[in-house]
Design a protein around this ligand. Structure first.
Ligand code: ADP
Ligand code: MG
Length: 242
């Protein structure tokens, strides 16, 4: 028997005003694996991610976490019970809490264990010396690294990231992408990363799911998607990568 995927999405769909913006999407992500949902703006990426997070309700399809159904036409587990970490471009830190308070926010358990988890994560994102700082005292890149530590602190089974690096300038972005990837791999989280940038997917993904018009049109390792695009549109989408 094969390993049960951490996340398994089967036949997911969602329509707005009678139009299917997510149409029969299926994907699976194992623990420790990063899947990129890649496609042009408006193709349905964020809607897919929001349904997996539990903040939007599908019209049909099934979502499983470690083999357990967490969403189907019968019922839906609330987002706070799904063990998912979230990161968005403009998912702000809590302004009234310092860095330590932000990272500790979702943590339960003994105070000493919480403190060591916070300290450890902040050291690993090179933010240890800013532990007492407030968000407004930090640069965009620093805030992003704290947000990553905060999202990972409760050891979510799944990390859902929606264009998390798009607000950063180019030089910083590469550095933070690499650092994020290292930390996610060390933690062994399953990751769904949404992006419209082929180079980001090529750089970070174990697997790419190429999306267009609400559907996944191709899935595979980056090398294969890049070298054997499924059609002309897919080839064109990758053509301006550098
Ligand atoms: P992406 O993240 O790939 O840019 P989205 O999932 O945000 O795409 O949106 C897909 C389509 O669904 C778009 O046409 C968008 O306008 C539409 N859409 C998304 N959310 C809503 C909503 N709450 N109400 C109506 N239309 C929506
Ligand atoms: Mg989006």
């Amino acid at each position: 028997m094969g390993e049960v995927p951490r996340v398994e999405v089967d036949g997911l769909w969602r329509s707005f005003d009678g139009e299917r913006v997510v149409d029969d999407v299926s994907l699976s992500i194992s623990a420790g694996q990063l899947t990129c949902l890649l496609g042009p703006s408006g193709c349905g990426k964020s809607t897919t991610l929001r349904m997996i997070a539990g903040v939007d309700r599908p019209d049909g399809g099934t979502i499983r976490l470690d083999g357990e159904v967490i969403c189907d036409p019968v019922g839906s587990l609330p987002p706070e019970d799904r063990s998912v970490g979230l990161m968005f471009q403009d998912f702000a830190l809590f302004p009234h809490l310092d860095v330590a308070g932000n990272v500790a926010f979702g943590l339960n358990g003994a105070r000493s264990a919480r403190r060591s988890r916070v300290r450890d994560l902040l050291d690993r994102v090179e933010m240890g010396r800013h532990i007492d700082a407030y968000p407004h005292e930090l640069s965009g890149g620093e805030q992003q690294r704290v947000a990553l530590a905060r999202a990972l602190a409760p050891k979510p089974r799944v990390m859902l990231m929606d264009e998390p690096f798009s607000g950063l300038d180019n030089r910083l972005r590469d550095e933070i992408r690499d650092q994020t990837l290292d930390l996610l791999k060390e933690e062994g989280t399953a990751v769904l990363l949404v992006t419209h940038e082929p180079d980001e997917a090529m750089r970070m993904a174990d697997e790419i799911a190429l999306m267009r018009g609400g559907r996944i049109v191709q899935r595979g390792v980056p090398y294969n998607i890049y070298n054997a695009p499924v059609d002309r549109d897919a080839a064109a989408f990758f053509s301006d990568i550098n």
